[in-house]
Design a protein around this ligand. Sequence first.
Ligand SMILES: [Zn+2]
Length: 590
Amino acid sequence: MISYHVSLLSLSQQTLKITVSVPAVGDVISASLPAWIPGSYKIRDFARNIGEFSVLNTKGEAVNWSKKDKQSWEIHSNNEACEISYTVIANDFSVRGAFINDDYAFMNGTSVFIDIENTPDVKRNVFINTCSAPSSWQAYTAMPSSPSPDSANSFICNSYYELIDHPIYWGVATVKQFEVKGVTFDFLLSGTQPIDINRITEDLAPICEHHLSLFGAPSPIDYYLFISLLADTGYGGLEHRDSTVLMYPRFDLPLINEPGPASDAYIDYLSLCSHEFFHTWHVKRLRPEVMLAPDLSKEVYTEQLWIYEGITSFYDDLTVARTGKMSPEHYLTILGRHLTRLYHTPGRAKQTPMESSFDAWTRFYQQDANSNNHIVSYYVKGGIIAMGLDILLRSKSNNRVSLDHVMQYLWNTFGKNEVGTPDNAIHTACNALGVNVDEYLSDVANGVTDVDLTSLLNEIGLNLEFRGRTHSSDKGGTPCDNPISNDFGATLSQTPQGLKVTQLQQGSAAEKANLLIGDKIIAANDWLVTEPLFMRLIQSQQDHSSIALTVARQGRLISLELPVQNAQQKVAVVSIKEKPKYLQWLGLEA
Ligand SMILES: [Zn+2]
């Protein structure tokens, strides 16, 4: 047994103290902290937050140790038991790290628990030292309680992988329990605030039921914990085997005594919960072969993230619509927004979703202002591929096979027994179900071809159209009578020195003018401009004559000529043509 004792060391320094009791496991103990956390494919070097490392033997004498590299230590324990202590700086306010404030300490094991090499099957114990924190703080985790007298603050699991897959929330919380299909859910909101937790859990229960029914009995879980870290701003979600951690703006959730229809932001929150709970099957148990026991010290590459994040992105919104928690019309608004985002990504013609998956570590997770022109999101394109695949399967099989059946096949063949999926898992599943979609998949997932949704959506009674933008941050999804006629093709933000170019679309007028990201547009045709005036001037050039720009670039004033171009028709709007067909596809019979 390896035991971890967790104490709050200093609130204002945001530090924890961890003491690890290690049994005699050899002359030299190798200890290390992961460089990344499963589900978030970026090297984060969590060990940079570790300090004041020391080791004592059972007699209380100092034991020699040395640092091997940025994240590992070598301890000369002489084959005796020892106690390793260190502090952890916990000031990463995200779902991925560790964070302390006056309400709580939130911990991912990858940030706080060092691993001891060559002890894969040694049980791990966690003790929360409640005396070190305010008495109102309580520990919440999906990690099983250990059979100790202090079972509320003491937890146990079978391996290090299990340990780090059970984030711990220790603090003040608002919690509501509910049960669906024999599974007990705890739904936790950080801190105390006037949020209507009863309404949220009532809305969430049918979404959980949908996923449990989709993958079928027996359920792989009997307990699940939703942890929401509420913030003023901030957004995120990270999946675990038996829990999830979400970050969301608190006042985007419904307040107590605030009846009325769900806001768009609240519907998005339900989709986020739906997304993370779907991962309980799809990526936490059913997963790529290389993710069964991944090396956490360095990047682990897979071409399958489009399968895991794309299909999950498709089902997250779809489930909220299938369960009636968003209207069929609102689902189309969201679909239109996803398509608008995709069609404003020139990088989709350069990077395949499989390449995007493989290079997630250095490209998708490390984007800059220009990334859109060079890469494609495996979430967004993957979600559209999943939708296209579902319609194609239904159409080719005369409605005998849908993506639901592919999910069930994958779960029963791979996920249930935790066998890793090969790169061609979707091809294999579809072929096994008697539908050949090889050409579609090689075009859209292994190639850069757009999913032909215009004709596919027709088959389910929907109509896809494109229009110009109404303004530079037009997200699409809804019709509009007066889109702009001329477009600029860049995103701007107002600064005291002028309009700063924050993003620039390949093929746009802004590119043809040789503008660079970071340039500040000061004047157009010698008029000092704000964004509304600048857009009006562009619209007013009906003869398409160019506009003279005065631009500040890295401390110099330069002149550029901006051609005036017709607005591109890339804002997607999906409308209903044959409602019964559409409702039938949604699973809501007319
Ligand atoms: Zn996800």
